[in-house]
Design a protein around this ligand. Structure first.
Ligand code: C2E
Ligand code: MG
Ligand code: MG
Ligand code: MG
Length: 291
């Protein structure tokens, strides 16, 4: 099978006459072994505080370096994996890799948290909280090493249970993000019941906002809504200086996107900071304390 066929047909996933079903099942069948063989890699993308330009975190993004198909994007395989119990294997792998990476960053003097994507099935699983506790204990870490990005669509299957889980994670001290905000068809009312810290504006809205006044209105209103609820906002898809400037005007707190950096291997973070001459927020705080 070919990656292109899998890719082009992922949108027709639910179609009854689905000609590429066997291709996708084959790819899924290779996934567990791909993890064991080290084909599943940890990439990351920095998040920057717009007011100070300081790096305040990174998002963990998975990449599959397939021996025959080359680099496969998560938008091709994560939706498949998310539909099965294999999502627990992927999330455990990403959490482990991220905590190990934080440990290594700290040895290089880089102090930033890594935010890991948590799928709806993960959130509802009884293993998530104990797994996180064990993982941090193993590496001598604390909850401020990790952020957790929870997609808005998690709230659809079992809203009460999802909110209870989110509250438990918040009490443990993790920074919590609502991911893909505005695309999950959930009721805004849930925001009043959820102790999340940050809303992530979906990159679709951010990337269209200069041409499309309605997308711009959604971005602007989301920022106001978040601030009125005592939350902050990250704009995903901050891909150009023009977008950055409008976001600044709207009072957006944090930016993530190609204008700052495209995703790159997480192990290269220290080198990326050096090359770009950027500071982390921890650096800025240390500087202002010293002088
Ligand atoms: P997401 O969680 O919303 O992650 C942000 C995506 O937007 C990333 O795509 C990132 O590269 C892309 N992006 C950010 N800024 C820009 C920009 O300025 N321009 C463009 N063109 N794209 C931008 P990526 O890495 O392909 O990931 C796609 C999605 O796959 C993620 O969306 C997330 O839903 C899922 N995903 C990725 N890694 C994981 C993972 O480890 N676990 C789970 N469950 N899902 C993951
Ligand atoms: Mg995310
Ligand atoms: Mg998103
Ligand atoms: Mg997402």
């Amino acid at each position: 099978f070919q990656a292109r066929r899998i890719g082009t047909d992922i949108l027709g996933y639910a179609a009854a006459d689905d000609p590429y079903k066997s291709d996708r099942l084959a790819l899924l069948g290779e996934f567990r072994k791909a993890i064991q063989d080290g084909q599943i890699e940890l990439y990351c993308q920095p998040k920057v505080e717009m007011r100070t330009n300081a790096v305040i975190g990174a998002e963990a993004l998975v990449r599959w370096r397939h021996p025959r198909l080359g680099m496969i994007s998560p938008s091709l395989f994560v939706p498949l994996v998310e539909d099965t119990e294999l999502i627990h294997v992927l999330t455990r792998h990403m959490l482990q890799a991220s905590v190990r990476q934080c440990f290594n960053w700290q040895r290089e003097g880089v102090y930033i948290p890594m935010a890991v994507n948590i799928s709806p099935r993960n959130l509802l699983s009884h293993d998530l909280v104990p797994n996180l506790e064990t993982l941090l204990h193993t590496w001598g870490g604390s909850p401020d090493w990790l952020g957790l990005e929870i997609t808005e669509s998690s709230l659809i299957t079992d809203p009460d249970e999802s909110i209870a889980k989110i509250a438990a994670l918040s009490r443990m001290g993790f920074r919590l993000f609502i991911d893909d905000f505005g695309t999950g068809y959930s009721s805004l009312g849930y925001l009043t019941r959820m102790p999340v810290d940050v809303i992530k504006v979906d990159h679709g809205f951010t990337m269209r906002m200069l041409e499309d006044t309605r997308s711009a209105a959604i971005v602007k209103s989301t920022i106001e809504l978040a601030h009125n609820l005592g939350m902050s906002v990250v704009a995903e898809g901050t891909s150009t200086k023009e977008i950055w400037d409008v976001l600044t005007e709207y009072g957006c707190d944090e930016a993530q996107g190609y204008y700052v950096a495209e995703p790159f291997p997480a192990a290269e973070f220290g080198a990326w900071l050096k090359v770009t001459g950027r500071c982390t927020r921890a650096h800025l705080l240390a500087q202002s304390a010293a002088g």
